[in-house]
Design a protein around this ligand. Sequence first.
Ligand SMILES: [Zn+2]
Length: 334
Amino acid sequence: MNFKKLPKIELHCHLDGSVRPETIIELAKIEGIELPSYDIETITNIMTAPMECTSLNEYLEKFEIPVAIMQSKENLKRITYELMEDSAKENIKYIEIRFASLLHTNKGLSSEEIIQSVLEGIKEGEKNYDIKGNLILSFLRHMPAETIYEVIEAGKKYLGDGVVAIDLCASEDKGFCEKFIQPFLLGKEYGYKVTIHAGETGIGENVLDAVQMLGAERIGHGIHIKNCKEAYDIVKEKNIVLEMCPTSNVQTKAVDSFEVHPILDFHKDGIKVTINTDNRTVSNTTLTKECHVIKDNFNIDLDIYKNIYFNSVNAAFIDCQTKENLKNLLTELD
Ligand SMILES: [Zn+2]
């Protein structure tokens, strides 16, 4: 199977984890931002997590440099555009980009300016390449729940015009969902869809909470439902879609190795799984590479790939017509 050529869908991709190292160096020089080095190889190494990360927290440290650069409208737009470009070049036909807008206010940008700049990058990418994109607004779980409202309000007017969902991400403690019930309830009322990072680092119960308390329709990773029967059952019964990111899952120690990744077992048991990159730069990956990793370890055939592709299309936060068009891209290959 030539995965690069096959149409692909990306539902879980962090903007700040997918910045080109060349762009970081170029923009840092223009703006006089100090970097530990201006050598491409060194910066790439600093921005990339090793396969032997000790934890999710070590993985998360890799976001510091890109976030420092992503503090102006122009930079946000350019970096988003480049992500659209990189994705389109490997035949990703639809991407949902996510980012925590509150990390981009250091130089005085408002939430609305931040969201708008990223949306402009997406639209520019759509104009020049055969790819569609939408935006998910992420929130860091360790930030106070009250800070979310401002972003939910700022993103509201872009619902249906590029903004589709809200998400919680970063370090995962047990029981994190409860304090976010109110803002997520409001978000749902406004029309945001909900996806939540949960069950990534050992706590399957968080997936149950994310579905029951926050109304998650999709779960980022969800690996550890395998250790929590109630979470497993609710994911299966409610067709909650898992956004799995194989390389990242190994790096963050969500799984010990690719061979023991539960993606195929879940799929065989009827759970809706999808394949994603998480972070193109931090995980030094592409969606083509992630598909290969799954093929190499589990010997999936084209039929299984199609099933997973259709899971992604069905779970995408888009209208029925766009779903139909995306499905046709793959069925036309028959
Ligand atoms: Zn993620």
